[in-house]
Design a protein around this ligand. Structure first.
Ligand SMILES: Cc1ncc(COP(=O)(O)O)c(C=O)c1O
Length: 386
């Protein structure tokens, strides 16, 4: 294997809901959702059935023929997200979704300048990585003058940039809550300002919802908290509950043209079956409501723990800072307490569990967290020297 990931010495072989098991039979609570991917819970029976039924019919054929499942998915997505008359383009990963969104914006208005923000992460393909604020993952060939980085949530800087560059700005791309950047919530007024400046200057508002979308925050798109419609929403992670599928939802005023976008695998029969199953379960089991309720509970309980700092987030996308005296916390939660959590460098623990997380599992996590914090902060007993 090409060694690009520092990995834990654990082999997961089985999963159900918010629980996973390793090859030695150890049981773990998954507060990480396999990196925000598990939306409806591992191996949900409805999702399994939909995929199995589809597999017995046909798994793949190219986009040169009609695939009614794609329209079924588009209709369901518009219904569940409330983005009326939006058009769907299907692809395979978050980076690909953002790559296509950025290209589409540029095809639409013929411009080149992209506004992105400090600590953003949009993926690893050429334009997506160029719009990502992490020079260590940008290869020399990806470097471009076309991306302008502005400070996150800085309204004055955004206004100033539009004043100077307005007619050159192709698009603004922003995560409603930055994930990799450390759970930083875009303010409502900042998102509203992006919307109004984009509209005023003919730029495209791209809402990167790859991590913060698909119900994770308690609304279908986290940008919905600002009550504005973006021109393009990009989606991936939770969309297939582990089946690789991604897409972009495109506002009705952006017209398609043959061959402007394309993909071999995107929108294949199996991917559509998985994605439809996810939306059906989100609706049937009220998972947006659950994400909000259990998320609010976790946020409020975490805020009461004085050893951790800056508890933040929305729904089941939560982060907190870990002071240096607790630097073993994440590792000990995993190896001692058998709980997976996420992280963001340098010192953030990220919680991205399934949207179906129960209050019981949230309590189990809180108990282990408090117990481990108490252990790590316990002062060593004074040694009595006679
Ligand atoms: C906000 C955001 N955008 C894009 C991506 C890239 O997605 P993928 O890894 O599926 O290409 C990620 C992945 O973590 C992400 O968090």
């Amino acid at each position: 294997m090409f060694d690009v990931y520092p990995i834990n010495d654990i082999t997961i072989v089985k999963a159900k809901g918010s629980t996973v098991w390793d090859d030695k039979g150890n049981e773990y609570l998954d507060m990480y959702g396999g990196h925000a991917v598990i939306s409806i819970g591992h191996i949900h029976p409805h999702w399994v059935k939909r995929i199995e039924d589809q597999l017995e019919k046909i798994a793949f054929y190219s986009n040169s023929i009609k695939i009614p499942l794609q329209q079924e998915l588009a209709d369901k997505l518009v219904e569940v997200s409330g983005k009326k008359n939006y058009q769907l383009f299907l692809c395979n990963s978050g980076a690909e979704a953002n790559e296509n969104a950025l290209k589409l914006a540029s095809f639409y208005n013929g411009r080149k300048k992209i506004i992105a923000f400090s600590k953003s992460f949009h993926g690893r393909t050429s334009l997506a990585v160029a719009a990502t604020d992490n020079p260590s993952i940008v290869a020399p060939v990806n470097e471009t003058e076309n991306v302008i980085f502005l400070p996150f949530n800085d309204e004055a800087a955004l206004k100033d940039c539009f004043e100077k560059e307005g007619k050159n700005i192709c698009c603004v791309i922003i995560e409603g809550i930055q994930g990799v950047g450390g759970i930083n919530v875009a303010s409502i007024s900042f998102l509203q300002l992006i919307k109004s400046l984009c509209d005023k200057h003919g730029a495209i508002f791209i809402a990167d919802s790859v991590q913060c979308g698909y119900g994770r925050t308690g609304k279908f798109f986290s940008h919905d908290y600002a009550n504005v419609n973006a021109d393009i929403y990009t989606m991936a992670k939770g969309m297939g509950n582990g089946f690789p599928v991604a897409g972009i939802l495109i506002a009705p005023h952006i017209p398609p043209k043959h061959f402007m976008l394309g993909t071999t695998f995107g929108g294949n029969h199996l991917a559509c079956a998985a994605a439809i199953a996810v939306l059906e379960v989100i609706q049937k089991e009220n998972l947006l409501q659950n994400a909000k309720q259990v998320g609010d509970y976790l946020l409020s309980e975490l805020s009461k723990i004085d050893k951790i700092e800056n508890v933040r987030g929305k729904g089941l996308m939560i982060g907190f800072d870990v002071p240096s005296e607790l630097k073993e916390l994440k590792k000990n939660l995993l190896f001692k307490h058998k709980i997976f959590t996420g992280e963001a460098k340098p010192n953030v623990i990220r919680l991205l569990p399934s949207l179906a997380l129960t209050k019981k599992d949230a309590d189990k996590f809180l108990r282990s967290l408090k117990e481990e914090i108490a252990t790590l902060t316990k002062k060593p007993e004074a040694i009595n020297v006679p």
